[in-house]
Design a binder for this molecule. Sequence first.
Ligand SMILES: [Zn+2]
Length: 257
Amino acid sequence: MESTREVRLEKLTRREFRQALEVGSFKAAIIATGSIEQHLEHLAFPQDIASSTYVAEKAAALLYPDVVVAVPISIGIAEHHMHFPGTMSVKPGSWLAVVFDAVESLVRHGIRNVLILNGHGGNVAPVEGVIQQWRLHLTSTFGNPLSAETSESIHTHTDYTEALLDRDNPGLDLRFNSYWDLIPDELAKEVLDSGEYPGHAGEFETSFALHALPDNVRWDHAEASDPDAARATAEKGRALANAAIEGTASLLRDMLK
Ligand SMILES: [Zn+2]
């Protein structure tokens, strides 16, 4: 494994994964989330999951061998796109259950730093609604135990939350970010003529795809899809993708400190 520098869980055997953990590699994991949904006339269905997975793999490669990329969770919460055939949508409760169980699976194997790297807007509010509950559950179950002294000083639920999560070393770190959040705002505004992102199949996503997922772009249909999409270039996509990769790597470095 050392020679292949593989970061994708789906390409590893149990022996390779076990040995990586034994030597202290894979201290963090990324779970990519996204959606399989229509992206107007010119981008292929997997735009959102393919983008977050792309950023995850490139960031993990930069930090090799500290970070493993778990199997992407392709389908997302996309009821609002179901008018367009081919879109696949999971109901929020079902989807959140799978994401939580995926995180917990990695944590049970000893990985204490997990980044859910998202590529689809429809997943954001549901995760933000539950992530604090997930953190409390996972930290109290798998994180470092509270000292007896700290436990005795807890009198309210607020004390409990603070004692558990706001320690120097809670022993567990779960984050959720969309990849576009990790691009500096000034850079995105400078690169994009429209100044708007992430949008939907507009200048941002189309540029990203032209650079990172060129087989998924039907350029002949871009203009008719959305005039904004026609302003996309692979050059813009490269600047945006590189910024997302660097932002993701720096978030992970911070988690691993
Ligand atoms: Zn999209």
